[in-house]
Design a protein around this ligand. Structure first.
Ligand code: 5RP
Length: 222
């Protein structure tokens, strides 16, 4: 359950992230509760943003609600800045994402962006990734096959009940995988047939992480 103090920290992180929005440039927007707070803040500068690409239908709807045009990523050649939250962030700005089941579109937009700004409250900062169950998006007919392959890698999979992604897929949450080398783990999971995306963001990590804590804002650059 989210606490109000956590909400205050998310708001502080989102206010800092607002400084990275570039006028007259396409903005990439992720998904989640921190992003929802960030989108609400965009209302005052919506007239400076020609359009945005969104990582979820929910974010797209919220963007339209503050007066920002939502663009088809296929029609956008250049995303200047992508701003998103995360479930875990390590000291190298590698991430676990996908708690909100939007990981596939998030990874596409993060990969396409010139600059990836991550904004989190301090509870998301970790020494080593992997305490948060790693989301893996799979096409539904491959769910059990991917679960078996994950178990063969030493992981403990749990199919997320009642969740269908915006892409019509299922989510498997995985504990127990080896995170000593996040790039290697991401690459390995990329090779599972039927897995569309995994929530390790190591090959394309954040360029900037804004962390809001009780002591204030910390901005870390890769
Ligand atoms: C959604 C995500 C979110 O960025 C992540 O779950 C963090 O969400 P929140 O800001 O609600 O804590 O990856 O797929």
């Amino acid at each position: 359950m989210q606490t109000s103090s956590n909400d205050a920290l998310k708001l502080a992180a989102a206010q800092e992230a607002l400084k990275h929005v570039l006028p007259n440039r396409v903005l990439g927007v992720g998904s989640g509760s921190t992003v929802n707070i960030f989108i609400a803040l965009l209302k005052d500068i919506a007239h400076t943003i020609p359009g945005a690409v969104a990582a979820s239908e929910g974010s797209a709807s919220a963007l339209r609600g503050v007066g920002i045009a939502v663009l088809d990523p296929n029609s956008v050649a250049d995303i200047a800045v992508y701003i998103d939250g995360a479930d875990e962030v390590d000291n190298n700005l590698m991430l676990i994402k996908g708690g909100g089941a939007a990981l596939a579109r998030e990874k596409v937009l993060a990969s396409a962006a010139d600059l990836f700004v991550c904004m989190v409250d301090q509870s998301k900062r970790v020494e080593r990734l992997g305490k948060f169950a790693l989301p893996v998006e799979v096409i539904p007919m491959a769910t059990q096959l991917v679960c078996r392959r994950i178990m063969a890698l030493g992981g403990v999979p749990a199919v997320r009940g009642g969740v269908t992604t915006d892409n019509g897929n299922s989510i498997i949450d995985v504990l127990g995988l080896p995170f000593a080398d996040p790039v290697a783990l991401e690459t390995l999971l990329n090779q599972l047939p039927g897995a569309v995306c995994n929530g390790v963001f190591a090959r394309r990590r954040a360029d900037i992480c804004i962390t809001a804590g009780v002591g204030g804002i910390q901005v870390q650059r890769a």
